[in-house]
Each structure stands twice: as C-alpha cells, then as structure tokens.
Design a protein around this ligand. Sequence first.
Ligand code: PGA
Length: 252
Amino acid sequence: MRKPMIAGNWKLNKTIAEACELSSDLSKCLANFEEVDIVIAPVFTSLTAVAATIKNTPIKLAAQNCYPEESGAFTGEVSPLMLKDAGCEYVIIGHSERRQLLEETDSFINQKMIKTLEAGLKPILCIGETLQERENDEMLNVLATQIKGGLANLSATQMSDVVIAYEPVWAIGTGKTATDEQAQEAHSFIRGLLQGMFTQEVAFATRILYGGSVKPTNVDGLMAQADIDGALVGGASLKAEDFIRLVRFEKA
Ligand code: PGA
C-alpha cells in the first residue's frame, strides 16, 4: 500500500529563527508519528538550521527547487547534491509558481528530475491546469503533457523515488479547493497515464498528492479518495497547529 505523505511548502516565508521555531514545534508534537511521511520545505537559507531541529524525528526535509547541474558557472543556483549535503531528502520540482513566474518548461523540469534522482534525492513533481485550461476542456491534455514531459526518460526503477503532486493552479492560495470528486478524477487520470508510460506496478505504487488550499476542514474528505495519497500544502503548513491537524487527518 502507498504510505500517505503530508508535505508543507513554506514558499518564500520565514526567517531562519522563525523557520526553526516552527520546525521545533512540529518535532515536539510529531516525534513518534510514523504513519504518514511528513515533509517540510523551508527556503534555502533555513535548510541546515531546520535540519538540526528535526534530527532524530520522522520529519523529512525538502527544498523548493534545484538547478540541473552539479556545480559550475550558474550564478545564484543550488544543485541537488548541495541540497543533499544540507540534509534534504526531497525536492519540489516544477511548482506552478515557478512555471508561471519563471517560465519553467517541461523539458527544463525534466532535466531537474533526472539530476535530482541521479543525486539520490526524491523529487516531488508538481503539475496542474489553470482555470482557463479547465474551462476550455484542456485539463486532461495539460496534465498528460506535463506528466509525459516531466517524467520523460525516467525508468520504472527510478519511479519508486518519485512523488507527483496534482495542484490545480486555480486552487493554489485562493481558498478554492477542488472538490473531492474533481481531485479524484484528476488523480485517477494521472495514475492511468503512469500505467501507460511505465507499468501497472509503477502506477499502483506511485504516490499522488493533492495541493491547492488544503486545510484542516477539507483534508479528511480529500484523503478519503482512492487515488489521493497525501497533500502538498502551502498556507496551512505555516502554522504548527494546522499542519499537525493535516498530518493527523482522520481516516475514512
Ligand atoms: P496553498 O498552496 O495550500 O496555499 O494553496 C499549495 C501549494 O502551492 O503547494
């Protein structure tokens, strides 16, 4: 069975001291909680300090981005190996904010996926349609393009380290969550794509998280859906109380 994952994407928030305060609170409250994979993604500058506060707890560290090279003349960038060195186990790749604001393409995202896996880190690949794409009935095409582009040239073996996050762009930070049924429909479609690209085993084993205004009031319904294996959470991951409630979602 797929182990649920609740991942907090802290985005561009919190100083080092604030990040450590939140991660220390989470460490205390979730010290022995092994039923769910718990992941937090602070900004780069907080990674090593936060890593120290979650040592010997089940909480795992993620970065929010990486550059697809090991080292070299790439001013301002950080490589997967460096993130591993800083204590990360996961990296969020292809978040819609980066696709939109920084014009990241599927092929660039695919390079990051490949380099991340080569470095021994686990990528969380984000995909999702905009409101306009959904209204124009392009959602399935968009998801297929992003999945096929993002996962190109990966092997079935590598897929065991890959997590997918379906995040409809219209639901991110807007308070508008996809309904349980809308999310389930997209997740089931994505699982079908994985079966076509890889194998039935890969499709069955790959975790697909939902993201977009997940909060304590809607997490239980989402998590009750057959193909929803967890959540990638922005806003509600910034408060210990809310994030802990998400991690301790109620099973249907
Ligand atoms: P949100 O963000 O929970 O604030 O909508 C989710 C995300 O962008 O990963």
